[in-house]
Design a protein around this ligand. Sequence first.
Ligand SMILES: Cc1ncc(C[n+]2csc(CCOP(=O)(O)OP(=O)(O)O)c2C)c(N)n1
Ligand SMILES: [Mg+2]
Length: 359
Amino acid sequence: MSDKALDMTTYREEMDERPSDKLSPQTLLEMFWYMLLSRRLDERSWILHRQGRIPFHISGMGHEACQVATAFAINRGIDYVHPYYRDLAMCLAIGITPRDFMLSLFGKAGEISSGARQMPSHFSSRKHNILSMSSPVATQVPQAAGLAFAIKYRLKMGLQDPNDTAQPRLAITSLGEGSTSQGEWHEGMNWAGVHKLPFICLVENNIYAISVPVDQQMAVRNVADRAAAYGVEGVIVDGNDVLASYDAMAYAVQRAYSGEGPTLVEAKTYRPVPHSSDDDDRSYRTREEVEQWKRKDPIQRFQAVLQERGILTQEQLDEYESRARQMVDEAQKFAEDAPYPEIEPNLDPNSVYAPVEVD
Ligand SMILES: Cc1ncc(C[n+]2csc(CCOP(=O)(O)OP(=O)(O)O)c2C)c(N)n1
Ligand SMILES: [Mg+2]
């Protein structure tokens, strides 16, 4: 299983121009910072769970590179993002804060995604155009395709200037490879292809859907191989390489903005920890496999690149580490001290969290 997944096509090598070469040292450091912050927040979440202080955690560890690359390739906070539960690093890079995340882990009042009514990691933020996902996997795909359709419609009707960067110009959604077995994924992809929508589907292929390996999900080698059947461009990238992921995503974004249509970006990655705090991965994979993938850790790889290029100094790294720790400590304390939500707002028809009445 893991050998097969390690043998991947890297999109970056096939490109003439690499958009990531144009990223400034400052931007590269910012990307590194969000990856690191996400990892430290994630590690703390596991500890809090094992201490019995929070009920549940689902981790984004190992996926930070393709997620941060995605956030930086789009118009952050403006373009529609319909993420899934692993996208902690992506959402932090777009604007969700460690405090927001801790409030969701502790289920406390003020939690931005659902007023603490949903499980943690069901990210959403109205302010940043991050759409709320449902727990059934892949339901976000047709919804995101619908958003992309709305953008195309507005452009076509002259209701939106194609160069107005204050408006969403694409919709991107993400999901795991296992979730591409769901009907909604096929429906959303087909719709995006038929209407040539400004739509991107990021598949974070970590080769397992909980315990089910990818070769029991599909009879083809890559999720991206299926894109052609929908009239969608398919791209495969090393999802543990942040710069390669950025290149692939920048290509997809350019296609969306210029009306060329939808792109499926399949980021090959790995989840070095169990599926969630309720899973024991020893029952379905070997420790050797996990160790093999840990050597491809996206943060360590990016750190080495930045140090090699003289962009990241030891002093700066130490500063990032202490700032991340401080932010995580502060966010945890903030959430622990926060009250639980009141029940009454659920019944208030003016509350944003109240159920919407449908005629
Ligand atoms: C429709 C549906 N079926 C089953 C589940 C339970 N479930 C939650 S996550 C998950 C695995 C998804 O795997 P994948 O899409 O590969 O994403 P990953 O968790 O590996 O990132 C499953 C089966 C669900 N949430 N929704
Ligand atoms: Mg998976």
